[in-house]
Each structure stands twice: as C-alpha cells, then as structure tokens.
Design a protein around this ligand. Structure first.
Ligand code: MEV
Length: 322
C-alpha cells in the first residue's frame, strides 16, 4: 500500500505591522522569511508522523487536511522555522501539507486553493485568527492586507462573518531585518482570544486596535517610499501598542530594547507572548550581538522567500530528520 513520497515546502513569515488588528479586518504588512517547512507525504497502512503513530488530537491541522482521504498517510516534516515563535510554522506546515496531499491525489491546486486549505486547517486548529499567516506562507515574497492605495497586484479576498480581508502582492523592499527569538513557545490561539476578551470589556482596547490600523497604513506608505526612519519609528510605536494590549512579555521587551540603539525600530512579530521580535536596521551585526547578549537567538532574515512549492526530489530521511 506504500507509495512514493510527495514533497512540498513553504516559507515562514514575519509581520512588519498590523498583527492582532488584522484579525478584525484591519491592514497588515507581512514578509516571507528564508526559513522553510518541508513536508513529505505518502500513502501508508497507518497514519504516522516522523516515524511515530500520528496523534490527531495533538495535530488538529493534519486531521483537517486529511479529512477526505480514504487511506492512511506517512508524514515526514523538517523545519528551519522555530515552532510557536510567531514565524508562521503552523501555517507553513498546513500550506506545504495541503500542497503535498493534493499532489499525492493527482490534483493541482491554485495558489488561492492552497491558501484556503491552509487557512481552513489553521482555523480548525486554533480558531479565530485571520487568513494572513496562511496567505503569506503560500504566496511568499511580501503581502499587504486591506491596505488602501498604493497597493500591488490583487491576490485574493477572504470573508468570514462580517470580517473581510483583501490581499495584495508587495514588492519586497531592500531592507535588512533581524529576528530575535526569545525561545519561549507561545501558541497563537490563546493570545488572539486574550485580545478579543480585552476588546469586549474595554473601549480603550478597541481604540488601541484603531491606532495600530492607522499606523500600519502610514507604515505601508513609508515602506513604498523606502523611508526606513519612519517605518522603524512606526514599528517601535506598534510594539508599545501591542504591549498595552497585553501580548508582549519581559523577554520580548528586553530584546526590543537591546536592539533599539542600533535599529530604526523594533517590535514583537506574530502573536507575541514569547516567540520572536524583529528589528529594522543597517547594523545587523550590532543588533545580533545585542540580542544574543540578552539571551535571545538572533537571525538576519533574507526577505522575499519563495512561496509554497512542490519539491522535485523527495528529501532523504537524513535530511528530514536533521
Ligand atoms: C499571528 O501571526 C498574527 C495574528 O494577527 C493572528 C492572525 O492574524 O491570525 C496575531
């Protein structure tokens, strides 16, 4: 019953501006990173993941993605993207897996179809988020969400209830970003829920979301002009607003503060609560040193990572288990 492997990969992502407010249909700017998740699948007699029996309670994404399969699968994953770090590891897993499963079935999905599958899996697994991570991990490069003019090529629209997201391609700017990982794992769902509860009981929290939306639009314009000073200033301001919403933590604040003397600006990226921060800088070595000296793991990101794609050659077991 065993078949050959079908392999796909998808990039991680980092949010420049607009996380959390994007959940409410507000604007956001996201870039793909040059870190990838690779997923290989093949037909099998039992469901396994990386050589162990697959426990769907612990992998709800995979339960969703395999819902129509009439047979079991072996799944092997290899990731450069740190898990639970705000860099889109779960959206990249969903995107690559959706693509590999379709190929195994002899189907070709459009980019938009892969995104909808990946978003469906994300929504099933953690509820309540936006299609931003799935879109970024499928499309790669850079994307903007619900951004007024100027915008790049329109990609797709997604609606859920009263919320609506319109995605456009973003020409990726020549800018250097450094990621700092706190090493603290923080799943997205509970942080999105925390902000939601805060907004339900506080008009102030809703105004903070409005402020994030406004500065994201300004940030989009600064990005188009290549104005690093203004973009950095807005990123640092965004970090303060996200801290007010309660999604930063001491470790993230420490890495952001350490980066600021050598950066245009810095902020947490993704859902927060741990995970990663990102700094915009012309002095990446200095920022890396500052992050490392505060116990974080620095990483100079190369932007413009390719979107989800099939890999021609199945990875060897050694590569997958690296
Ligand atoms: C997580 O990368 C970004 C959030 O805005 C959640 C989402 O948009 O799904 C916090």
């Amino acid at each position: 019953m065993r078949d050959h492997w079908y392999t796909a990969s998808a990039p991680g992502k980092f949010v420049i501006l607009g996380e959390h407010s994007v959940v409410y249909g507000r604007p956001a700017i996201v870039l793909a990173a040059d870190l990838r998740m690779t997923v290989a699948v093949r037909r099998s007699r039992w469901n396994t993941m990386n050589g162990e029996r697959l426990d769907f309670r612990r992998q709800p994404h995979l339960r969703y993605l395999t819902r129509d399969l009439r047979h079991a699968v072996d799944v092997e994953t290899h990731s450069d993207i740190p898990v639970g770090s705000g860099m889109g590891s779960s959206a990249a897993l969903s995107a690559a897996m959706a693509m590999a499963l379709a190929a195994m079935d002899g189907r070709h999905l459009t980019e938009e179809e892969v995104m909808l599958e990946a978003y469906g899996a994300e929504f099933y697994a953690q509820g309540n988020g936006s299609p931003m991570d799935a879109s970024a991990c499928v499309h790669g490069g850079g994307i903007t969400v619900n951004m007024p003019e100027p915008r790049g090529r329109h990609l797709w629209d997604v609606s859920r209830g009263e919320r609506h997201w319109s995605f456009s391609d973003l020409e990726v700017p020549e800018m250097t970003f450094v990621i700092g990982n706190t090493g603290i794992r923080a799943p997205t769902g509970p942080l999105v829920d925390r902000v939601h509860r805060y907004m339900e009981r506080s008009r102030f929290a809703c105004e903070v979301i409005d402020d994030i939306a406004e500065l994201t639009v300004q940030g989009g314009r600064a990005l188009m002009r290549g104005d690093k000073e203004e973009l950095g200033r807005l990123m640092t301001r965004d970090h303060k607003l996200l801290s007010i919403l309660g999604v930063s933590c001491d470790e993230l604040n420490r890495l952001v503060n350490a980066s600021l003397p050598y950066s245009y600006g810095a902020k947490l990226t993704g859902s927060g609560g741990g995970g990663c921060m990102v700094a915009l800088t012309d002095r990446p070595e200095k920022v890396c040193q500052a992050i490392a000296s505060r116990g974080g793991t620095p990483y100079v990101v190369r932007t413009g990572g390719a979107g989800a794609r099939m890999e021609l050659r199945p990875p060897t077991t050694a590569e997958l288990r690296r």
